[in-house]
Each structure stands twice: as structure tokens, then as C-alpha cells.
Design a protein around this ligand. Structure first.
Ligand SMILES: [Zn+2]
Length: 506
């Protein structure tokens, strides 16, 4: 008798959710896109040779003194305002003391009990339902350097023969955005990070590239038993913090895994240990990190080398007035103005063409639907084939707008338009230059077209007879024959009309 395969180690997710309510809070670190670092003039460009973007301040050498980067403060305030936060009129930086090799000063300049921005929210939509996620605080801090463990097979410290430290990242300005424990599902957790990323991208204050670590997310997850009817909510359970999730998919998977893992422990009557955990993307599981420090372990105290930040109401009001259109408002506008569906917007955003479509409409496209169609179908595919972003294609929104106008005016068919795109991408000039250079315009010469139509009728007398007899749909093969004779440079609708006219049935 064969042995049945063991059941999955984890209970079904639906079963867990029926008994426990997940309580999720998210902490997101965003590297700000300033030209120089938070407290010194060193460059912040990604990918430079190790330890080439350092100075006495960001290396923490004795006697060096930090100076606050005004652009970083401005960017942080913009984020706070876009998240509906209160902006503190006066606040201080604090030293967070701990030892770690990639932190040259042995403390990190952060903010503790006086954060720059507090009490905001972000609305997140999942399947047409809005979830409001409270923002506890947005505070400023500096990034740490990076350790590289050499000699082992995994790149981890275990098995390495030695470690190298790159301080280029040390001192790059960060904001940390902390939510209330308002999130109740892995899907909303993912959507929150997605929406936050779009918001920050729209503000232009970070490139928010999760794969390069300029936006990374920690997920705090705990479970509590769902109350029986009439019972009050149970208190929050003990939480774990899964660190450094660097893709939207990882956020959702890690939270989902933690929910299942904790449910098994609680079902067995065990306690959840408050600790940080690491998510291994290759196996989809979290593993134990270090036990979580309490705030008192860090011996926070006000940073004595920096003056407090005291932002005037005028400064904050100016920044508030300068906020660009934010993603949620933009979606509402695009749906109202251009007739797109919510799904269209998701598709365009995922394909990286939303801005391009909007620019194409602004450049005078025949209509918004055509602008969407050409970018989303044809040009996104060509960009993927060429392994570039759609925005990096040689063709411009103005070119695409012109092509849609030529199609709408009956001067190009879709098939000819694709050849025009070939020409523009090959550097042959504007759409009009390609049309004349390649001779792609629809032949509007009635003489040539009429001759081809008459030849097609003469070549298929049986079909011609059927059409004359009233079966108008039988005309298809004749249209095809004329298109072939015209080498595609004719408008099928016009050919059909001309055929019916010559057959005396129009
Ligand atoms: Zn420096």
C-alpha cells in the first residue's frame, strides 16, 4: 500500500482567516532622490565604485560636523503633505545608538519622539473597495552603508572568509513612513505599498526602485482570534517584523506566510516571539532574525550637532500649493475625461505607458482610445522585444498622435501604420516622412483602385453573382483580392463600398 503524501505543513489560508484576524502595519523606507547626502555634500548616485562617495562627515570621522540638506527636508515635507499629515513647526533629530559595521559613526541620525510629519492617511483601493490606512508618522533619517560578505557560496556572513564595507550609501537621506496597524490582508498590504510608490513617484522625490533598494518595506504582522458574536475585539497579539521586502509580490507573500505560520503556533497553544524575520523569496518562507530591540536599547537622545528644524507656516503652505496632481485624483480625471476604465488604467500603468498615453492625447491624438491602443498593444510589445522601457523608444507621443490622426483620416490602415512605426523606430524620420519615403499612403487614385476592383470581379464571377443576389457578406474574398493587388495600400472599408457599388448592390 502506498503512503499518502503528507498534507501541507500549513493549514489552508481560508481556514486561518475564518478563525483569526490579521493585524498588519507597514514601515517603508524611501531613499530620497537628492543630489547630495543628508548631512554632507557627497554624491548619492547609485552604482558608483565602492567608497568613492564618502567624506569625513559620512564616515563619522572625529571633529566632522553634519549640516542638514534642505532639499531632503523639502522632499520629506512634500511626502507628509501628500499623505495628509500634520507638519511639525519645530522638531529635532535624534541619535539612535547601536553598533553595526556598515554604520561608521556607531549611531544613526534619525528622529525619535519629534517626527517631522504625523497623523495622516493613504486611501488604497482593492477590487473597487477603498481601505483607509492611517499614517502614524513620517520621519527623516540617514541610510547606512552596505556590507559585502566574500568567500562563501551564498553571499551571507556564514561561510564567508571576510567582509567588505561600502560607505557610499551611508548618509543618503531616507524617510521612514510608518502606518497604523490598520491593514487586514496581504492584498491590502501589497496595494498600500503600490499606491505609496505611485504617490512618491508622482511627487518626483525618489525613483522608488524596489529592486535597487530605494524603497523597501518591513511588515509587522500579528493575529488575534475573531470574537464570537457579541464579544468585544480581542487585544492585538504579539507581532513579528519581516524586514526588507523588496518587491510588491514579496510583501504579499511574506505577509501571507507569516499569517499561516503564526496560526499554527497559536493553534498549538504556543507564544509568538516578538522578533525580526527575514523572507527568503526562493522558498517563500520567513525565518527568525534577531529578537526585536526595544526603543530603550537604542539610548536615543537629541542630536547635539544639529540645530532643530523650525519650518515656517509660509514654507509649508508654499510646498502644499506646489503639490502636483496625485495618483488617485489623476485616475478619477482620466476616467472622466478620456473614458478609460479602472482596468485600462491598471493595464497602462503596468505596461509603463500611462504617461505616454496622456502625452499622446495632449499632442492631438485622434482620440484617447486610439492613443491607449497603440501604446498598450503595439508599442509596449515592441519595447519589450527591444528590452527597453516604452518611454525609451525612438518614437515620441507626438509621432503616435500623428499616426492616429492619419488612421482616423483614412490615410493609413492599421497594417500600414505598423509599417510607419517600423520606419520611425528605424530612424527614418517623422511619420509623414516615413509615409512619403516608403510610399505607404493609401492609394486614393480611383483609377488604379477601380481597375483592381473590376479585375477582382472579373476573376471571380461566381462570387460576384452571389453578391449581386443579395449575399453581401460573400464580398469578403473580393476585398482580399483587391487589397492584395493594391499591396495593402488601400482602405478595406473603401474597397468594400466600391465593390458593392460596381456590383450594383449599394
Ligand atoms: Zn560625505
Amino acid at each position: 500500500m502506498s503512503t499518502a503524501a503528507p498534507a501541507s505543513a500549513l493549514p489552508s489560508y481560508d481556514d486561518v482567516i475564518a478563525r483569526y484576524e490579521p493585524v498588519i502595519g507597514l514601515e517603508t523606507h524611501v531613499e530620497l532622490g537628492t543630489v547630495s547626502k543628508m548631512f554632507c555634500g557627497c554624491a548619492t548616485a547609485f552604482g558608483a565604485e565602492p567608497n568613492t562617495q564618502v567624506c569625513p562627515v559620512c564616515l563619522g570621522l572625529p571633529g566632522s560636523l553634519p549640516v542638514v540638506n534642505e532639499a531632503a527636508v523639502r522632499f520629506a515635507v512634500l511626502i507628509g503633505l501628500a499623505l495628509h499629515c500634520d507638519i511639525a513647526p519645530w522638531c529635532r533629530f535624534a541619535r539612535k545608538n547601536y553598533f553595526y559595521p556598515d554604520m561608521p559613526k556607531n549611531f544613526q541620525i534619525s528622529q525619535y519622539d519629534e517626527p517631522l510629519c504625523t497623523d495622516g492617511y493613504l486611501d488604497v483601493e482593492v477590487d473597487g473597495e477603498i481601505h483607509r490606512v492611517g499614517i502614524t508618522r513620517v520621519h527623516m533619517e540617514e541610510d547606512t552603508g552596505k556590507s559585502l560578505h566574500v568567500g562563501g557560496s551564498t553571499g551571507r556572513i556564514h561561510g564567508a572568509t571576510h567582509s567588505l564595507v561600502d560607505y557610499n550609501r551611508a548618509g543618503i537621506p531616507l524617510v521612514e513612513i510608518v502606518t497604523e496597524p490598520d491593514v487586514r490582508s496581504p492584498e491590502v498590504a501589497r496595494a498600500y505599498v503600490d499606491e505609496l510608490r505611485e504617490l512618491i513617484r508622482a511627487l518626483g522625490v525618489s525613483d522608488v526602485r524596489m529592486e535597487q533598494g530605494s524603497l523597501r518595506c518591513d511588515a509587522n504582522v500579528s493575529l488575534r482570534r475573531r470574537p464570537a458574536p457579541g464579544e468585544p475585539d480581542a487585544p492585538f497579539g504579539t507581532r513579528t517584523e519581516t524586514k526588507n521586502l523588496n518587491s510588491l509580490r514579496s510583501v504579499e507573500r511574506a505577509v501571507r506566510y507569516e499569517i499561516s505560520r503564526q496560526s499554527v503556533l497559536l493553534d498549538d497553544g504556543e507564544r509568538i516571539i516578538q522578533e525580526t524575520r527575514h523572507f527568503d523569496e526562493s522558498v517563500g518562507r520567513t525565518s527568525s532574525g534577531r529578537s526585536k530591540e526595544e526603543a530603550t536599547d537604542y539610548r536615543y537622545f537629541p542630536e547635539p550637532d544639529l540645530t532643530p528644524l523650525a519650518l515656517s507656516a509660509e514654507y509649508v503652505d508654499e510646498l502644499r500649493a506646489s503639490l502636483p496632481e496625485l495618483p488617485a485624483a489623476r485616475r478619477v480625471r482620466l476616467i472622466a475625461e478620456h473614458g478609460y476604465s479602472a482596468r485600462d488604467l491598471v493595464d497602462m500603468r503596468n505596461a509603463g505607458v500611462l504617461d505616454l498615453v496622456e502625452q499622446t492625447v495632449a499632442a492631438g491624438a485622434a482620440n484617447p482610445v486610439a492613443a491607449r491602443k497603440w501604446w498598450l498593444n503595439e508599442l509596449a510589445r515592441r519595447a519589450a522585444d527591444a528590452a527597453v522601457a516604452p518611454a525609451d523608444l525612438v518614437i515620441t507621443p507626438a509621432d503616435v498622435a500623428r499616426i492616429t490622426v492619419l488612421i482616423a483620416g483614412g490615410e493609413l490602415t492599421d497594417a500600414l501604420a505598423r509599417k510607419v512605426i517600423d520606419g520611425v523606430l528605424a530612424g527614418e524620420g517623422t511619420p509623414d516622412e516615413v509615409v512619403s519615403g516608403r510610399g505607404l499612403a493609401i492609394v486614393a487614385d480611383d483609377g488604379a483602385l477601380t481597375a483592381a476592383v473590376d479585375a477582382a470581379i472579373a476573376g471571380a464571377p461566381d462570387i460576384a453573382e452571389k453578391v449581386r443576389g443579395g449575399k453581401l457578406n460573400a464580398v469578403g474574398p473580393l476585398v482580399g483580392a483587391v487589397m492584395k493587388a493594391m499591396k495593402g495600400q488601400a482602405d478595406p472599408a473603401g474597397i468594400r463600398a466600391l465593390l458593392l457599388e460596381r456590383l450594383g448592390v449599394s
